[in-house]
Ligand binder design. Structure first.
Ligand SMILES: *Cc1c(COP(=O)(O)O)cnc(C)c1O
Length: 456
């Protein structure tokens, strides 16, 4: 391809991307069954010969764009995931063109510095201790894994055991404490770290899914306590102010899964929900959820960088040593990776503190409006709507499931289902920058229409 062809190709791509985003306002949120059926056309033999890149792009757009879920749109309320701020999509396009393998500072200084700054801004926005170390990872699952690897290192090092070199066979036992409502990704991280999913101490929770402090057992020896900021269903927070000091008195490491909930710290009217969280030792969070950056983007944050570096660092003759500055690959499971800090930087650079606070507060107000609207229509809201999550029951489990299916098929908006403390419910997660009051009203109407059309 010559230079002019590259320009034409990239212009074609951005034109298609903008048309796609424009059409999201009017199209069905879920892809139509016909669009999904047409995906079968992708299933052909490996091409023997090269094709024109513009043909490749046209085929991608024609077949796959209509078969996407409108997650980038303003009425997708599934899974607490948000959209991507336009500035972050634009920054992502530029950074993709840079194609920086962002493992080592002296090789890719531009993206390493962006990550330093983005990390410092995130720590500041979330009110975490200055100097908190961190790694840019794929999401909260890997952030939990990464932070818990640092925790595993630290609690065993205190017991005189160097887990990275000696492994876990013969190591002092680690007590791991989780709440009964811990996210499955925490359990997966524990499984991957050899700490076991089923040997954890499970602390009972209250009606909102918060760990009950009086049920925390007496702790001793190497211990990791996993707390949660933002239950994936109810949005509730564990009582950090009570639990963190108690865990620390027993010498435990406190880790917090705050995939979306940690961002409440940057919302003036919600920050109190997470007070005391700054006392923890590590935090996992997502940027691709409430910060509204493209996938895949999460952060593993650890108060003291030393155990994180001990768990994640690596050296080899062909990898230049880091020197005195932060070397990105010493903080993440990956070596080669894309420059994830770029979009985090762009989002915070564009929003500023006040823009971030507005985005977060707006989501919470919109969630409140959903809850009030559904309650007024006679449906039962199952959680205290203090953040961006709403759980609603439309009656018995069978009817609730039918209403959810009808809402998804209607296409005005998209919500998923769950079972919350024994009750089948629909989940509404509001976390997109793009959602307007009008989107909420239109979606409420669609929900009530679907529920009305599905009587008991
Ligand atoms: C979404 C979520 C996760 C997992 O995050 P990924 O980005 O999907 O890996 C973990 N914990 C909580 C509370 C979540 O909401």
């Amino acid at each position: 391809m010559d230079r002019d062809d590259v320009t034409v190709l990239l212009q074609d791509a951005t034109a298609r991307a903008s048309a796609y985003l424009r059409e999201l306002r009017t199209r069905s949120v879920a892809p139509s069954p016909e669009a999904v059926e047409r995906l079968a056309a992708l299933d052909r033999a490996l091409p023997a010969e090269p094709s024109d890149p513009r043909t490749v792009l046209a085929e991608l757009d024609a077949l796959v764009s209509p078969a996407t879920m409108a997650m980038a749109g303003s009425r997708f309320f599934g899974f607490v995931i948000g959209g991507a701020l336009p500035v972050t999509v634009a920054a992502n396009i530029l950074a993709t063109a840079w194609d920086q393998n962002s493992a080592r500072r002296d090789v890719t200084p531009g993206t390493a510095v962006l990550e330093d700054v983005a990390l410092r801004w995130v720590v500041e926005a979330l009110g975490l201790p200055p100097g908190t170390a961190g790694g840019f990872v794929t999401g909260a699952t890997v952030a939990n894994l990464t932070a818990l690897a640092a925790a595993r290192h630290a609690v065993l090092a205190r017991a005189g055991w160097e887990v990275e070199s000696q492994g876990l066979f013969g190591a002092p036992e680690i007590t791991v404490v989780v709440g009964a409502e811990a996210h499955v990704s925490v359990m997966k991280a524990l499984a991957m770290l050899g700490l076991g999913r089923d040997r954890v101490v499970v602390v009972p929770v209250d009606g909102q899914g918060r760990m009950r402090p009086e049920a925390l057992p007496r702790l001793s020896g190497p211990t990791i306590v996993c707390l949660q900021a933002g239950n994936v269903n109810s949005g509730a927070f564990d009582p950090f102010a009570e639990l963190v000091p108690r865990a620390h008195d027993a010498g435990a490491w406190v880790h917090v899964d705050g995939a979306f909930g940690l961002w409440a710290r940057a919302a003036p009217n919600r920050a109190a929900l997470a007070s005391g969280i700054e006392g923890a030792d590590s935090w996992a969070t997502d940027a691709h959820k409430w910060l509204n950056v493209p996938y895949d983007s999460g952060l593993a944050l650890v108060r003291d960088g030393a155990p994180l570096r001990a768990a994640m660092g690596m050296t080899a003759a062909y990898l230049p040593a880091g020197g005195t500055h932060r070397d990105p690959a010493d903080y993440t499971p990956e070596l080669s990776r894309r420059a994830r800090g770029v979009e985090v930087w762009a989002a915070l650079r564009a929003l500023g503190r006040s823009g971030l606070a507005d985005l977060l507060e707006r989501s919470c107000r919109q969630a409140r409006r959903f809850a009030d609207g559904l309650a007024a229509a006679g449906y039962r809201v199952l959680n205290d709507v203090t953040l961006n999550q709403v759980l609603v029951s439309f009656g018995d489990p069978e009817r609730t499931r039918r209403v959810i299916a009808a809402i998804q098929a209607d296409g005005t908006c998209w919500c998923g289902g769950t079972v919350w403390q024994g009750h089948t419910a629909m989940r509404i997660s509001v976390c997109s920058w793009a959602t307007t009051e009008e989107d909420v009203e239109r979606s409420l109407e669609a929900m009530c229409r679907a529920a009305g059309a599905n009587p008991r």
